[in-house]
Design a protein around this ligand. Structure first.
Ligand SMILES: *[C@@H]1O[C@H](CO)[C@@H](O)[C@H](O)[C@H]1NC(C)=O
Ligand SMILES: *[C@@H]1O[C@H](CO)[C@@H](O)[C@H](O)[C@H]1NC(C)=O
Ligand SMILES: *[C@@H]1O[C@H](CO)[C@@H](O)[C@H](O)[C@H]1NC(C)=O
Length: 385
């Protein structure tokens, strides 16, 4: 941030000194021309001021400014102590902004006591037309796989049918606010926006304004401030693998989804399904060992989902669940049975057919012989199966 590097130590000090007996009462004035400026960056505002006036005698003193500011209806103030004459921060422009500032005199000049000026105040409200009913509703933004941002909204409650909305965005690093180039549309009206290639836009405020136009009335703007890393929805984990060791330990492995997110940024939630029981587990690494709950469970499956962990973001959105992966130990033997049964049936049929054919071609043989033949056939079938 290119803050004005003005050294205020020898500037603008105005001290009122009253000698009462032996004690010296020192007073200092608040900064001058305190104001909140909007450079058109959708919520990134400049709070700036000028130093109080100079008095020769106190030129060597260091001045510090105590700045407090907040959005009008938020309870707590942010406090900054600075020697600069400007401070920049992001605000929610849907609401008003208020700030106050006072001068602090450094200790060498005050003989050890705290000397502050009274506060001076400033406030800022964006001048915005349009009734509240024209403002978009239900704005939602998701940063998919830390790669592209999709925001969507619904039109205001009371808008005319010709109303169309436009989305602008800005973050530190861009010269000015940019308009969305890839709108999501419904009936030729913009209902969302897709943004990609947002270079170095994470870990800083991302400002969005959705305004609009209608021939019949002005449209109220809506402002949103985001941090992109906090709204990431990753892809689901891939390449799941499950095995059972010592017939009791379940070992599960999977891979972090592909893409720009480093594997150390994930946390996982695992759902294990053992016959009719299922239970959840969580981990920050991409494998896990658990004990089986039942000895002879026939069905052992798991699936995983992931989210950005607390080491990489303050918040996040769970991915979809992955595909379910089951232990091949059981399904393997099941599939063998499924394969063997039809083969056996096929041979039985074949042999029966053979018997019938032989019966027709040789009407001679006695009944006893025939029965013997059949017995042999069945014996053969049993060894096969
Ligand atoms: C500063 O404080 C000392 C001791 O507290 C006192 O003797 C002295 O007179 C003070 N000087 C001024 C300029 O107030
Ligand atoms: C919408 O917002 C952008 C960015 O602040 C601004 O340049 C544009 O003039 C606005 N459009 C309307 C119709 O208010
Ligand atoms: C599982 O089997 C082992 C040995 O076969 C036995 O000691 C254990 O009690 C069984 N556990 C359950 C939950 O059936």
């Amino acid at each position: 941030m290119a803050l004005m590097g003005v050294d205020t130590r020898c500037l603008g000090l105005f001290l009122l000194c009253t000698i009462t007996g032996h004690s010296l009462e020192i007073k200092v004035n608040p900064p001058q021309d305190f104001e909140i400026l909007d450079p058109g960056l959708l919520g990134y505002l400049y709070l700036q001021w000028k130093p109080p006036m100079v008095m020769e005698k106190f030129k060597k003193c260091t001045l510090e400014y105590e700045l407090k500011y907040r959005n009008v209806d938020s309870g707590s103030w942010k406090t900054i102590i600075t020697r600069n004459l400007i401070y920049k921060d992001g605000f929610d422009l849907n609401k008003g902004i208020e700030g106050k500032i006072r001068t602090h005199l450094s200790e060498p000049c005050t003989n050890g006591s705290e000397v502050q000026s009274p506060w001076t105040e400033a406030s800022y409200w964006i001048s915005d037309e349009g009734s509240l009913g024209t403002k978009i509703q239900d704005m939602k933004c998701i940063y998919y796989n830390w790669q592209y941002l999709v925001c969507s909204w619904k039109p205001g409650k009371t808008v005319h049918s010709d109303t169309n909305y436009t989305m602008f965005f800005w973050y530190e690093g861009l010269d000015h606010a940019l308009q969305c180039a890839d709108y999501l549309q419904d009936n030729e009206k913009n209902i969302g926006c897709k943004l990609s290639n947002l270079d170095s836009s994470d870990y800083k405020d991302f400002f969005i304004r959705v305004n609009g136009s209608s021939k019949l009335e002005p449209i109220r703007s809506s402002y949103v401030v985001l941090q992109l890393q906090n709204i990431v929805k990753p892809l689901p984990p891939e390449f799941l693998h499950i095995s059972v060791e010592n017939s009791i330990d379940i070992r599960m492995k999977w891979s972090a989804p592909g893409g720009p997110i480093p594997p150390r940024c994930y946390t996982y939630e695992i759902m294990v399904r053992e016959d009719d029981i299922s239970w959840e587990s969580a981990t920050d690494i991409n494998d896990m060992k658990l004990k089986r709950r039942a000895n002879e469970s026939e069905n052992l499956c798991f699936f995983v989902r992931c989210k950005i962990n607390i080491y990489c973001a303050d918040d996040g959105i769970w991915s979809e669940w992955s595909e379910e992966e089951c232990w091949a130990g059981y399904t393997g033997s099941d599939s063998k049975i499924i394969f063997i049964v039809p083969v056996c049936l096929f041979f039985i049929l074949l042999l029966l057919l053979l018997c019938l054919v032989m019966e027709k071609e040789e009407p001679e043989p006695t009944l006893s012989l025939h029965v013997d033949l059949n017995k042999e056939v069945y014996a053969y079938e049993e060894t096969l199966c």
